[in-house]
Design a binder for this molecule. Structure first.
Ligand code: G4P
Ligand code: NA
Ligand code: NA
Length: 195
């Protein structure tokens, strides 16, 4: 997605060779016009897949799920993160290890809002180590729902998230795939898209 790649080049801040800061437009201050275009791009990819629900994880996936679900005309659902869930009877839950925080947390979704009839499109801001996204895939599996695919706004292709998701049989659609980055030279994308 050219609009997104251009914006990452212009306003993204490469902190280290693995961390990209995008909090002037993607995940702290948010550009709503860009967010809607991102939602349209995900929706277009999934147009003929009969999606019934868009699923993300709090916090920084929520506005992308909103934009995607709005375009598709379906509800979106965001998984909640908790240190530990005690009453799990009415919840699908799974444990996720956060590489960034070096600790585990529980991801949960109410059983009320996801079932075997659902066709789910997962979206999130970053595809990095893939652990958070694999947690969402596991929740879809627990519900017996059909996973249509995963949409990532930014994929850091030099990390192993894509490989892990592909090994789980997941179809991935990333709007900006970063091949490499450094504070000195900036960001290099895998596909330099023209449109
Ligand atoms: P993922 O690949 O499935 O997202 O899992 P991972 O455990 O690698 O990512 C952990 C968290 O770090 C995620 O946010 C993810 O969006 C974020 N993240 C990963 N790489 C970068 C990066 O280069 N820049 C920024 N800004 N964020 C990155 P989270 O823990 O779900 O927190 P939240 O921000 O959504 O609340
Ligand atoms: Na996230
Ligand atoms: Na994040």
């Amino acid at each position: 997605m050219k609009l997104l790649q251009d914006r990452i080049r212009q306003d993204g801040q490469v902190l280290t060779e693995t961390v990209l800061k995008v909090d002037t437009f993607l995940n702290h201050q948010v550009d709503p016009m860009l967010t809607m275009e991102i939602g349209k791009a995900f929706a277009q990819k999934a147009e003929s897949a009969g999606v019934t629900k868009v699923l993300t994880i709090e916090a920084s996936g929520i506005h992308f799920a909103m934009a995607t679900a709005f375009t598709l005309g379906v509800p979106f659902l965001y998984a909640k993160k908790k240190k530990a869930v005690t009453l799990t009877e009415d919840l699908y839950t799974t444990e996720v290890f956060s590489f960034t925080r070096q600790e585990s947390f529980q991801v949960s979704v109410s059983k009320r809002y996801l079932n075997a009839e659902d066709r789910v499109l997962i979206v999130d801001d970053f595809l990095a180590t893939g652990d958070a996204l694999l947690g969402l895939v596991e929740i879809v599996r627990q519900a017996g729902a059909t996973l249509v695919g995963v949409g990532a706004v930014v994929e850091k292709s030099f990390q192993d998230g894509r490989a892990k998701l592909e090994a789980a049989g997941v179809e991935i659609h990333s709007l900006a795939r970063i091949r490499s980055m450094s504070p000195e030279t900036g960001v290099t994308f895998i596909e330099e898209t023209l449109t």
